[in-house]
Design a binder for this molecule. Structure first.
Ligand code: SF4
Length: 255
């Protein structure tokens, strides 16, 4: 099977390159999804309430999970775990800004958090985050400040088990390397990843893709030779075969 990717190189897709096989291979080597490496999982473990999860995801924007986790745990400590709309409104942006500073853009994020808290309270409180039908909730949340497509998808998949593929920087890079798309458009990438992993648990697939991006499929110098997907991954198949050819040619030239 051949597809064109963004740099117009032919993508040769091995027959067994499927979402199911990818998950199987990653699970076979025990690729770990560590709870303490994802801010959403840290929030679920420490708090478990939907508003706190939304706050955690807002904190993770434009920063690493590590920085977001640090900021989140500082906020959690300050509030003795009580991360609720009422407490956020009570504190106001000025007092929230300091503990969340490690996550960056703290001035902006603290204002967003308070504004989101106010709007959720006006709409009936935290329960709307679990009770409203997902589509209705999506419409409401996307009008709130600081809540973009990724935040919405992460929240709805983590909180409501919605089968959507949230796209972060790892997912985008990997989808392009896998020749699933040449687009940079969020919706398009999310759709292609959703199709690729059709029939699988997308929430788990999303976590595995991020863990893959952190461990082997790094932005610079992906470690294809060590990666469990190297035999079926379109990028590795192309890259490793061209290295082998180059090696052979170099060998011939030396003769
Ligand atoms: S084989 Fe290479 S390009 Fe493919 S997923 Fe693994 S590290 Fe990424």
């Amino acid at each position: 099977m051949k597809r064109n990717n963004k740099d117009k190189q032919d993508c040769v897709i091995p027959e067994d390159f499927t979402g199911h096989k990818v998950i199987e291979l990653l699970e076979e080597v025990g690729l770990e999804i560590r709870e303490d490496e994802f801010v959403s999982l840290v929030s679920k473990k420490l708090n478990g309430n939907p508003f706190a999860l939304l706050v955690a995801i807002i904190l993770s924007q434009n920063t690493t999970d590590k920085a977001a986790i640090y900021a989140y745990t500082r906020l959690h400590k300050l509030l003795r775990g009580n991360i609720t709309p009422d407490r956020m409104i009570e504190l106001g942006p000025e007092l929230i800004e300091l503990p969340i500073r490690p996550a960056g853009l703290s001035g902006q994020k603290s204002k967003w958090i308070v504004e989101v808290a106010k709007r959720i309270k006006e709409l009936g409180g935290e329960k709307i985050l679990v009770e409203l039908p997902p589509e209705e909730l999506r419409k409401i949340l996307k009008k709130m400040p600081g809540i973009g497509k990724k935040t919405l998808d992460v929240f709805l998949s983590q909180m409501r088990g919605e089968q959507v593929f949230a796209v972060d920087t790892h997912a985008k890079r990997i989808a392009q390397r896998w020749c699933l798309t040449n687009s940079s458009n969020y919706k398009e990438i999310s759709l292609k990843l959703t199709e690729f992993f059709q029939g699988e648990d997308l929430v788990r697939a999303h976590k595995l893709v991020i863990a893959l991006g952190r461990k082997w499929c790094t932005a610079r110098n992906p470690k294809c030779r060590e990666c469990p997907l190297r035999e079926i991954c379109p990028y590795a198949v192309r890259r490793l075969s061209s290295t082998t050819k180059r090696g052979k040619n170099t060998g011939q030239n030396k003769k």
